[in-house]
Design a protein around this ligand. Structure first.
Ligand code: FAD
Length: 448
């Protein structure tokens, strides 16, 4: 009987354990993607939807080229998946695991229901290097600090080697109905705000594989030195690839180690931060909405100043590095990590706006927005998260600009008016708001 492979955040044919096991089982294989828009799943942001369209189109091509098919459906997977199993006459369903709380509940329910009907079901580890339940402190609790977390990960057996893409994937003879991808309208029509995204990115596994090779050849050797300079564009830019699973972290890990065994460790530890964020979400599913440190619930946020929030979103704060970063984000769906930290710190600690407003904006505008990394890093900057920056560490955006964009290349690219003789003035006084933030944080720490 045919096997059904339910694709989710693993839009690739290489190193895909669910697909691999379906091939080992033998018989025809069909791929399924379900656009989930209910059941408590957080709706995708605009930039993410744009990416998903391209990545699904590419996955459909990759499957077709090998003899198989991708069927698209939208709705509640608890009804859609069993229905497609019936239509296909599938004897087995395979998927790779997800780690969000709601997603885990959905998947467990579907697994139980299918098994009750005699369908074989199995799920696999594919999106993380280490399963969250395998990394624990000596007393059996999750790690709250990165360094010992990563040391514990590195003491486990090395991540498994990736599997190559199969040459052929036998498809079923009768294919159930599929939605038309274009009819999902994941990409904007009028106005098409996504032009800048299309200029920079080509979603899909082949482009992801090419980017990994290019990064290793051109930039990995100098990664430790150049990674903090936004103008250099020398980081991997693999985050949307990992977000959508066009590459597995295993592929990235092993490719980096093979390329430069001796000095890949800084880069590998960045993959470690991704693991840490996902493990934290696994243990604390409310990461995007609740302070990880409960004492921050008492933070005396002033009334939301919507003008300030809008100025930040549009890159009109009058602070050069913040404006440049926010415009890069709007135009390209991406922002360099250093600038993400500076723009986030400015929102929380100079505009005194709750980190959740920033998290939401990034969720809507980043092509790599994922449930763990976005919330985790926002909480890191806000000081409310696991192993967070201490509250008194407030980035000075002007000093950050001098240090990491000394030749003003990044500012020139994204916010050149700041280089004019009469640059825009900041919408808030940096020193005054910094003091205000420190007072507010004091209130939180003393309330403990
Ligand atoms: P590289 O420096 O080349 O790193 C390689 C890979 O390691 C990245 O692709 C990414 O998968 C991982 N990584 C590196 N740093 C981090 C980190 N701090 N946390 C988690 N993973 C990391 N990253 C996301 O993938 N999705 C998000 O939604 C996201 N939101 C963020 C929000 C804020 C406020 C901040 C400060 C950071 C956020 N990051 C997020 C982390 C980081 O900025 C991006 O992963 C990184 O900029 C991606 O660029 P790169 O691929 O060139 O990174």
């Amino acid at each position: 009987s045919p096997s059904l492979v339910w694709f989710r955040d693993d839009l690739r044919v290489a190193d895909n354990p669910a697909l691999h096991v379906a091939l080992e089982r033998g018989g025809p294989i069909m791929g399924l993607y379900v656009l989930e828009e209910s059941g408590g799943i957080r709706p995708l942001g605009g930039a993410a939807r744009w990416w998903l369209h391209g990545s699904l189109a590419s996955l459909a091509d990759e499957l077709r080229a090998r003899g198989s098919t991708l069927v698209l459906r939208r709705g509640d997977p608890a009804t859609v998946v069993p229905a497609v199993v019936d239509e296909l006459g599938a004897g087995a369903v395979f998927w790779n695991r997800r780690y969000g709380g709601i997603e885990r509940g959905i998947d467990a329910g579907i697994k139980a229901a299918l098994r009750a009907h005699g369908t074989e079901v199995a799920s696999f580890s594919a999106s993380l290097l280490f399963e969250p339940w395998t990394v624990q402190t000596g007393s059996g609790t999750p790690y709250a600090v990165f360094t010992p977390f990563w040391r514990a990960c590195r003491s486990l057996p090395a991540p498994r080697a990736p599997q190559p893409a199969p040459d052929t994937i036998p498809g079923p003879s009768a294919i159930p109905r599929s939605d038309d991808l274009a009819a999902w309208e994941l990409r904007p029509a009028h106005p098409d705000w996504a032009e800048g995204l299309a200029e920079l990115w080509e979603p899909g596994e082949p482009a992801a594989t090419a980017r990994l090779a290019q990064f290793l050849a051109d930039d990995l050797a100098d990664y430790d030195r150049a990674r903090d300079e936004p103008a250099a564009e020398s980081t991997a830019r693999l985050s949307p690839r990992l977000r959508w699973g066009e590459l597995s972290p295993h592929q990235v890990w092993h490719a980096a180690v093979q390329h430069r065994e001796a000095d890949a460790s800084r880069f590998l530890s960045e993959l470690g931060w991704r693991e840490f964020a996902w493990h934290t979400l696994f243990h604390f599913p409310d990461l995007a909405t609740k302070n990880w440190r409960a004492e921050f619930d008492a933070f005396p946020w002033p009334r939301l100043n919507r003008d300030h929030l809008a100025a930040w979103q549009r890159g009109r704060t009058g602070v050069a590095l913040v404006d440049a970063g926010m415009r890069e984000l709007w135009r390209t769906g991406f922002m360099h990590n250093r600038v993400r930290m500076v723009t986030a710190s400015f929102l929380v600690k100079n505009l005194l706006i709750d980190w959740r407003h920033g998290e939401e904006w990034f969720w809507d505008t980043l092509v790599d927005a994922d449930a763990a990394s976005n919330a985790f890093n926002w909480q890191w900057v806000a000081g409310s998260g696991a192993d967070a920056a201490p509250y008194f560490r407030i980035f000075n955006p002007e000093r950050q600009r001098d240090r990491f964009d000394p030749n003003a290349e990044y500012i020139r690219r994204w916010a050149p008016e700041h280089l004019a003789a009469d640059p825009p003035a900041p919408i808030v006084d940096l020193a005054g708001t910094r003091r205000q933030a420190l007072d507010a944080y004091d209130a939180v720490t003393h309330a403990r």
